[in-house]
Design a binder for this molecule. Structure first.
Ligand SMILES: Nc1ncnc2c1ncn2[C@@H]1O[C@H](COP(=O)(O)OP(=O)(O)O)[C@@H](O)[C@H]1O
Ligand SMILES: [Mg+2]
Length: 502
């Protein structure tokens, strides 16, 4: 960071920012101060409020309380346009480019009346790209660009709009290691050229060497405000990210029994770093797999469920190798899955509660033979499930797409937590549910495990993982980065594994 003359106002100063969504606070007295010429890391676990805070800074959301100072003047942008006019630009996690347009056409779209022709837009892009050292071809169609190239287009767009305060939301999450370091070197150059850069990230280790200061958020609050990166330890930051919050333990009261799921060197495509998954799960045990989403969790679940072929390794269910078995064979061996997206791979939207519940049992003959379905039996089973799982305000024939998230999840639980359950894979089982429905889901999992099931709980919600699990492992970069009994799990340990490289 260059030395600024004393008294230079910060580029951006957010003070006491509060913001609630539907009465739920996402930001609670958050602070953030960014100096000219610096690259500032903004870290915190998922849901900590990082994106929301920066969306407030860029006028996407209006804060409920608090003030914002931009380069010494009070300015709380009431729209993204006002933020742009004040020289603040953000590159969002999900890029906002029109695929079928060329880079120049996209830029023309963004700059509106500021450029007259496509030719002029292309010239501007080429000049800016040269100036800042980003390699971008104005005439390429966006759909043909790699993720890293699209990101460079987004950055150029923001710069062409005149931003000097540049906010990058999880920019390295979608990049390879090599691309990440190139980006980090670029942000340094930008900062040195009189800009100020905010780097939102989970990967503390990756950015530590490239950032000047660090701010940590937790539950909408700033828990470390702009500490010089050189003065904080990784362990300290890890602890701040995770918090002391050791949750009231609500783990199943059961002892681990025989091995139910053994995974050896399992690899799958799309793994960021060619690692492999190793784990052993016993009856009566919850193994919590913590980790930031996108680190291979989806692929692991798909591999175990049988919808994605493993590219390496093997795994067994109760001693039987099922690496290449069909999903129904795995089901016969007691595997049950609660996927992260209820409707993508769990329930069929257009089908009724009764049909969704019966789906997995039609093959077994429980609801009739090959030629007919025993609708009466299906209905009776659905009524029993509605009663037992407290599925509110719905009859057996209600289409599942009409249910609330909590009720739809209960239908899924009712189907998966059946008598044949031996191994439950639960991926973010309470995500998006309200407090009561979340509790219901956890209670149901607890009861199933106490009755002898084994559960692999994959969740980004650390409270959930800490509260339910007997052992905790961390998934990072497609591998299991650590595995400990709950008694030995410290916030420092989790924090370091979550933010570090595997
Ligand atoms: N548009 C929105 N509507 C409702 N809740 C939201 C919205 N945006 C964010 N939230 C909630 O605000 C909290 C903070 O989210 P976010 O700022 O995205 O966290 P982070 O970027 O640190 O992962 C979360 O609980 C999230 O669910
Ligand atoms: Mg975010």
């Amino acid at each position: 960071m260059h030395v600024l003359p004393a008294g230079t106002p910060p580029a951006l100063d957010l003070r006491g920012i509060c913001k609630a969504f539907d009465g739920k606070p996402a930001l609670d007295d958050a602070h953030f101060s960014l100096a000219w010429g610096e690259v500032h890391a903004l870290v915190g676990e998922n849901g900590a409020g990082k994106s929301t805070l920066m969306n407030v800074a860029t006028g996407v959301y209006a804060a409920d309380h608090g003030s914002q100072i931009v380069d010494g003047s009070e300015l709380s942008p009431r729209s993204p346009q006002e933020a742009t006019d004040a020289g603040i630009g953000m590159v969002h996690q999900h890029f906002r480019l029109v695929d079928r347009f060329s880079v120049a056409e996209n830029v023309l779209l963004t700059l509106g009346g500021r450029v007259r022709s496509l030719r002029a837009a292309a010239d501007l892009i080429a000049a800016k790209a040269r100036e800042v050292g980003l390699d971008v071809d104005p005439f390429r169609q966006v759909s043909t660009l790699s993720i890293a190239e699209r990101q460079r287009v987004e950055i150029l767009k923001v710069l062409l709009l005149g931003a000097r305060i540049i906010i990058l939301d999880e920019p390295t999450a979608v990049l390879t290691e090599e691309e990440s370091s190139a980006l980090l070197v670029f942000t340094r150059r930008l900062a040195d050229a009189d800009h100020a850069v905010v780097l939102i990230t989970h990967k503390l280790k990756e950015v530590a060497a490239h950032t000047d200061r660090i701010t940590v958020m937790r539950h909408g609050k700033t828990v470390l405000a702009g500490a010089p990166m050189a003065e904080v330890s990784e362990a300290e930051v890890g602890r701040l990210i995770v918090g002391e919050a050791v949750v009231a333990a609500a783990r199943p009261q059961s002892r681990p029994g025989e091995e139910r799921l053994v995974v050896r060197g399992l690899g799958f495509d799309g793994q960021k770093r060619g690692g492999a998954v190793e784990l052993t799960l016993r009856a009566g045990e919850v193994l919590g797999l913590a980790g930031v989403g996108g680190n291979g969790q989806e692929q692991l679940v798909a591999c175990l469920a049988g919808t994605l072929a493993a590219s390496a390794g093997s795994f067994t269910l109760s001693g039987v190798d099922v690496t290449r078995a069909t999903p129904s064979r795995r089901r016969d061996l007691g595997l049950r899955v609660i996927p992260a997206s209820r409707f993508a791979t769990g329930l069929v939207r257009q089908m009724s509660i009764a049909e969704n519940l019966a789906m997995t049992n039609v093959r077994t003959g429980h609801f009739g033979g090959r030629w007919f379905l025993d609708r009466r039996r299906m209905k009776a089973a659905a009524l029993a499930a509605i009663e037992r799982f407290d599925i509110r305000g719905a009859g057996p024939n209600r289409r599942t797409e009409l249910l609330s998230g909590g009720n739809a999840q209960k239908v899924l639980l009712a189907r998966e937590l059946d008598d044949g359950l031996k191994v439950l894979i639960a991926h973010s089982p309470s995500r998006g549910l309200d407090v009561k429905a979340s509790e219901f889901v956890r209670d149901a999992i607890r009861a199933a495990v106490e009755a002898g099931a084994a559960c692999l709980l994959i969740s980004e919600d650390l409270q959930e993982v800490m509260g339910l699990s007997h052992r905790v492992a961390v998934m990072n970069g497609g591998v299991i980065a650590g595995n400990r009994p709950i008694a030995d799990v410290t916030p420092e340990w989790i924090g370091a594994l979550l933010t570090g490289h595997a």
